[in-house]
Design a protein around this ligand. Structure first.
Ligand code: MG
Length: 257
């Protein structure tokens, strides 16, 4: 039975620092990711920011049933055919790499979760299109995160954008409730039927996170036990924000400047 927790307006205000912090780390990591940067250096930058802010990593000790061992790093770095849960390793970013960074942290007892994808150096048009699709889908999902709608409206909005761009949606991993913990109910699939499912309520806080692969919807787990890669070697992109549903509309807690 899903347990869906709702936050008061005061609690949503308390969640803002975590959102701002997560946004600032993604901006810093993105700025640091140039041709020649090691993924481990990106993790080190985020780790230092966590220490300086007195924040807490949601990833470093994370060890769910599908993970081979505790994650051990503070960001996910998914490059090219990797799309989710990328375990940072000794890899130097090359010109044209498509990099997805996912980051969640706890500040003052509240979690925020966000992800961004970008190309380092010279971009292939197909990669920019794939990234754009996840961003447009995220925007559409957020726009549907309003009172009077149902969870299926968020999912359908995301799935419709995927279809418009010609991508297929993998339903194994999607968005989720966010609060005291990184993952809570409800699950927010990246496709679904409009008008179906849980009726959105004031105070629901969810991570909305469309991710698409260029020419497949199938993934496999790398031998590192974490990194999820496309089955056919095509590239993936991922965009995510933590969003509070309020009477005044959705608030993007992890909005970047
Ligand atoms: Mg995330």
């Amino acid at each position: 039975v899903p347990v869906i927790e709702l936050r008061t307006p005061a609690e949503i205000e308390e969640m803002r620092p975590a959102g701002k912090f997560v946004a600032s780390v993604l901006t810093a990591v993105r700025d640091a990711a140039t041709v020649g940067t090691n993924l481990l250096e990106l993790d080190r930058i985020a780790h230092q920011m966590i220490k300086d802010a007195g924040a807490e990593s949601c990833y470093i000790d994370y060890h769910p049933s599908f993970g081979g061992s505790p994650f051990g790093k503070v960001i996910c770095t998914s490059v090219n055919d990797a799309v989710l849960h990328g375990l940072p390793f000794d890899y130097v970013i090359k010109d044209g790499d498509l990099v997805s960074i996912d980051f969640a942290a706890n500040v003052n007892g509240w979690v925020s979760d966000s992800a961004v994808s970008f190309v380092v150096g010279t971009a292939r048009p197909a990669d920019l299109r794939l990234i754009e699709a996840t961003e447009v889908a995220l925007e559409a999902g957020i726009k549907a995160a309003v009172l009077g709608n149902k969870l299926g409206d968020i999912s359908a909005a995301i799935g419709d954008v995927a279809r418009d761009y010609g991508y297929t949606v993998n339903m194994d991993f999607g968005g989720h409730g966010v609060g005291r913990e990184m993952h809570g109910d409800p699950h927010v699939p990246n496709d679904g039927r409009p008008g179906r499912g849980y009726a959105l309520r004031e105070g629901l806080v969810v991570a909305i996170e469309p991710w698409f692969l260029e020419t497949t919807d199938r993934i496999f787990t790398d031998k590192d036990g974490w990194t999820l890669r496309s089955a056919d070697g095509s590239r993936g992109a991922h965009s995510e924000h933590t969003v509070a549903i309020t009477a005044d509309g959705p608030i993007i807690l992890t909005a970047r400047d």
